[in-house]
Design a protein around this ligand. Structure first.
Ligand SMILES: [Zn+2]
Length: 84
């Protein structure tokens, strides 16, 4: 399984709607939110083999603004980002 970071910025007026949609999709417990700190954005780390699947979790109204980033860990003996 790959792990993907979902970063989902949104406008204040979209908050309630997108949180409801993510709840309905069953992913609300994955997300943490900056809304009450004045940064209207949600973050989640999702395990999936499919980048498109990660993107589908984001409600359509803010999907185009979402960033999906595949995550990996670097160990001390593994290759770093400088060596592909
Ligand atoms: Zn918000």
């Amino acid at each position: 399984m790959d792990r993907y970071l979902i970063e989902s910025p949104h406008e204040a007026e979209d908050c309630d709607a997108i949180i409801k949609e993510i709840h309905a999709a069953g992913y609300l417990h994955h997300f943490e939110w900056g809304c009450h700190d004045g940064d209207h954005c949600g973050w989640a780390i999702i395990e999936t083999d499919n980048r498109e699947h990660a993107k589908q979790i984001v409600p359509w109204r803010v999907r185009e603004k979402a960033r999906i980033v595949k995550l990996e860990k670097f160990g001390s003996t593994s290759k770093t980002h400088s060596k592909k």
